[in-house]
Design a protein around this ligand. Structure first.
Ligand code: C5P
Length: 218
């Protein structure tokens, strides 16, 4: 492999994507948000009423799902069958269901396959839950992010509030705890720190300090 891969994993709302984007910009790597892919699949499952226990319907759905990323005015957009769903997938009704859909083996196999292809011939920063363990076990650098759960919930709450979502801090806190629970306990590639991943606790670090932390380890 001649291209470089930086894998960033960790709990929900630890600021993985903020850091990954900053790194990609600094290093001129491509940023790939693997969570957005699982969110897009979840949106498709909800719209098309795909039951999460029906293997045949799941297989049909997966063969009908086409996910693409493209850059528009410096911003990465995600397309689900040509439709830009970048905003839609951030809504709370997706966050409430995404971990259930992400625990399905067939869903993971399909996403991991696409992720590996995207990272096979270009320099990338990819963030998610299983990037350093399953998708790119040979990544050049692995970061495992964590932060105080209360701090994470507050950050995400402010972000959603600013977007006009009608939610409470408690709902956000519960959603993060729920997702972390499912993500760490599922059978298929659960969220776990890879042995060779460097832990980054950003409870008390600003964005610049986090970027520097990673650059120092490259
Ligand atoms: O990264 P984000 O919080 O948007 O991811 C949403 C959900 O997608 C996670 O809570 C997790 O259930 C799932 N996910 C995953 N594996 C990844 C990325 C995300 O299972 N690599």
């Amino acid at each position: 492999k001649t291209n470089k891969v930086i894998a960033i994993d960790g709990y929900s709302s630890c600021g993985k994507s903020t850091l990954a984007k900053a790194l990609a910009k600094k290093l001129h790597y491509l940023y790939i948000d693997s969570g957005a892919m699982y969110r897009a699949v979840t949106l498709y499952f909800i719209r098309n009423v795909v039951p999460i226990a029906d293997q045949a319907k799941i297989a049909d759905a997966l063969s009908a799902i086409h996910i693409d990323f493209h850059t528009d005015a410096g911003q990465t957009r995600i397309l689900l069958n040509e439709e830009d769903v970048s905003e839609e997938i951030r809504q709370m009704y997706i966050s409430d269901y995404v971990s259930e859909v992400s625990a399905i083996r067939a869903v993971r196999l399909a996403m991991v396959d696409q992720q590996q292809r995207m990272g096979s011939n270009q320099n990338i920063v990819m963030d998610g839950r299983d990037i350093g363990t399953t998708v790119f076990p040979d990544a050049d650098l692995k970061i495992f992010m964590t932060a105080d759960p209360k701090v994470r919930a507050e950050r995400r709450y402010l972000e959603l509030k600013n977007k006009g979502e009608d939610i409470t801090l408690e709902e956000v806190f519960e959603n993060l705890a729920h997702r972390d629970y499912i993500d760490t306990t599922r059978e298929e590639s659960p969220l776990v720190r890879a042995d060779d991943a460097i832990i980054l606790d950003n409870t008390n670090l600003n964005e610049e300090e986090q970027l520097q932390f990673v650059l120092d380890r490259l």
